[in-house]
Design a protein around this ligand. Structure first.
Ligand SMILES: *Cc1c(COP(=O)(O)O)cnc(C)c1O
Length: 468
């Protein structure tokens, strides 16, 4: 989480609060607000504490207008009740909560089936806190398998991981934390994600694997996973090197199985060793759950799996955390059960319909050029047309924010640093009505933006953030 520093100057100003605040009785109530940066000296009544915290949170944004995030912001009331009932369950305590553990096991089995594992009973997998943890685990398995194959040269040889420069920041973290060299395929011209041939060319005997992203964070496009596997098959034929593929399906692994059944990207490809997804993105669960699956036990070296008996039982676990809440896993199972394949298809289809139609209407305004159209992930990226010189994407982002819309603007990485884009992420809950309002607001802003003498946003970083 954010790495916070202590306050420069602790706020110690005593702030008087009136008797309506919390308990009116001064014996139990308070006449001054508590300190912000050290523990208060004594307890306060729960109603007062509740009120104080709620008031602080009032200034958080309105999630429905946030078109930056991929993460679920709405679930049914029944799911909320179920999660509240499970908030005291610790996922690690498999012996105390065997039914929660069983629901996790069923989710893994359902995903193995959804992702076409050739033998779903041989597939192994686990829940995680999100895709980032899932990617760490998958990356560790790749690294360990490589180290085993190269036991005679390792340590000494430096492992590397090949991927497009558009990968999510979790892969940079993986490489940094686990001391793996990141070999990045740059963007080129109008290609904004990994090129299979270029990826194969970066591989050598120290390559632990190649990451393919199903649903690039930068523009929502699917990377060509089948072509990537074919390029690595050809590499193996030429050189004997057998490089496994991990699919980062943080978003797409919960879209493609329902909407793009003929796109072959999953365990149907023998080279795909493992897949991750974020249950809390298009898995439609509140934040705090992801999934990692391996094709078979062979793909997940046994020595990475821990068995502890402190809590009774000795169920094997693979995770970075020890304790973790069980509620999200239960909510994932609820959602699988509740929607089924047809339900997921309907939800994802309507989200994609909103994305496609919104992309078309943005293009029809004339000032913008689409990079993607919302027809893979329900996400599209667009930039200003060549003849627009009065304003740039950072101005658009800033002005939309004044209307309450959060639409990030950011520059692309090498070799397209010249290109800056806006990105709209459509999610369940971003309805056609809200999309209409968005187009109305954008349309209303354009005449003012066109009248600017030149782009106005000085502090681009402050104007807009890039939300992975
Ligand atoms: C969001 C995302 C991640 C990180 O997932 P979290 O669940 O937020 O940890 C990793 N990869 C891709 C492609 C993503 O979109």
């Amino acid at each position: 989480m954010a790495l916070h520093r202590g306050p420069g100057a602790p706020d110690e100003r005593p702030v008087a609060i009136n008797p309506f605040y919390g308990e009116a009785n001064p014996a139990v109530g308070m006449t001054e607000a508590p300190p912000k940066h050290r523990l208060p000296d004594s307890p306060m009544p729960p109603s007062t504490a509740h009120q104080l915290v709620r008031d602080e949170l009032m200034l958080d944004g309105n999630a429905r207008l946030n078109l930056a995030t991929f993460v679920t912001t709405w679930m049914e009331p029944q799911a909320g009740v179920l999660m509240a009932e499970c908030r005291d369950k610790n996922m690690i305590d498999k012996d105390e909560y065997p039914r929660t553990a069983e629901l996790e096991r069923r989710c893994v089995a359902m995903l193995a089936d959804l992702w076409n594992a050739p033998d779903p009973s041989a597939a192994v997998g686990c829940s995680t806190t999100g895709s980032s943890e899932a990617c760490m685990l998958a990356g560790m398995a790749l690294k360990r398998r490589w180290a085993r194959r190269n036991a005679d040269r390792y340590p000494g040889a430096r492992p590397n991981l090949v991927m497009g420069i558009n990968v999510q920041v979790c892969w940079e973290k993986f490489c940094n934390f686990w001391e793996v060299e990141a070999r990045l395929v740059p963007m080129e011209g109008e290609r904004f994600h990994l090129d299979p041939q270029a990826a194969a060319e970066l591989c050598d005997e120290n390559t632990i694997g190649v990451v393919g992203v199903l649903g690039s964070t930068f523009d929502g496009s699917y990377e060509p996973i089948a072509e990537l596997c074919a390029a690595l098959d050809a590499l193996q034929e030429r050189t004997g090197m057998d490089v496994p593929v991990h699919v980062d399906g943080a978003s797409g692994a919960m879209i493609a199985p329902f909407l793009d059944e003929d796109v072959v990207w999953d365990f149907r490809l023998p080279r795909v060793a493992s897949i991750n997804t974020s249950g809390h993105k298009y898995g439609l669960v509140y934040p705090g759950v992801g999934w990692a699956l391996w094709r078979d036990a062979e793909a997940l070296p046994e020595e990475l799996v821990f068995r502890v008996n402190y809590l009774g039982g000795d169920m094997p676990t693979f995770a970075l955390n020890f304790s973790r809440p069980g509620a999200q896993v239960v909510a994932q199972y609820y959602t699988f059960l509740r929607l089924g394949r047809a339900g997921y298809r309907a939800v994802q289809q309507s989200t994609r319909d909103v994305a496609r139609s919104l992309a078309e209407r943005v293009a029809a305004l004339g000032d913008f050029r689409l990079l993607t159209r919302g027809d893979e992930l329900p996400v599209f990226a667009f930039t200003t047309a060549d003849d627009v010189t009065a304003y740039d994407v950072f101005d658009v982002s800033r002005r939309l924010r004044e209307q309450g819309w959060l639409v990030p603007a950011y520059t692309f990485p090498a070799n397209r640093e010249d290109l800056s884009v806006l990105r709209v992420v459509c999610r369940n809950g971003f309805s056609a009505d809200l999309a209409d309002l968005f187009v109305e607001d954008l349309t209303r802003l354009l005449p003012e933006l066109r009248r600017q003498p030149h782009p106005q946003t000085q502090d681009r970083a402050a104007a807009t953030g890039f939300h992975h």
